[in-house]
Design a protein around this ligand. Structure first.
Ligand SMILES: [Zn+2]
Length: 99
């Protein structure tokens, strides 16, 4: 099965960040490569820090579903503090690893 990788044109470089690969916990399909700042738990992904993924992040989605198995990975919301577009990750639905 071919899964396309879409670059996110809205991604901004973030100083001091590292790249995390976020995968579906059920089928291990890549969901996104993400610029993470700090070592805290990954609970959300800001849209503007998603480098690329198997979902077209140039448009906003109400929720993110694995393109391979269809499980829900995250739900869209706006952060309270800085009013940014983000996705709240479902804790059991994803795996992450540092690149
Ligand atoms: Zn999956």
């Amino acid at each position: 099965m071919d899964i396309e990788i879409y670059r996110n044109p809205n991604c901004k470089k973030v100083r001091g960040s590292h790249v995390l690969e976020v995968c579906c916990a059920y089928c291990k399909c890549l969901i996104a490569r993400y610029l993470k700042v700090g070592e805290s738990n990954l609970v959300k992904m800001y849209n503007e820090r998603i480098i690329e993924g198997t979902i077209d992040f140039s448009v906003y989605h109400g929720a993110i579903f694995c393109p391979n198995c269809g499980k829900r990975i995250a739900t869209r919301y706006t952060t309270k503090m800085d009013k940014k577009e983000a996705y709240r990750l479902t804790p059991s639905a994803f795996n992450k690893r540092k690149l």
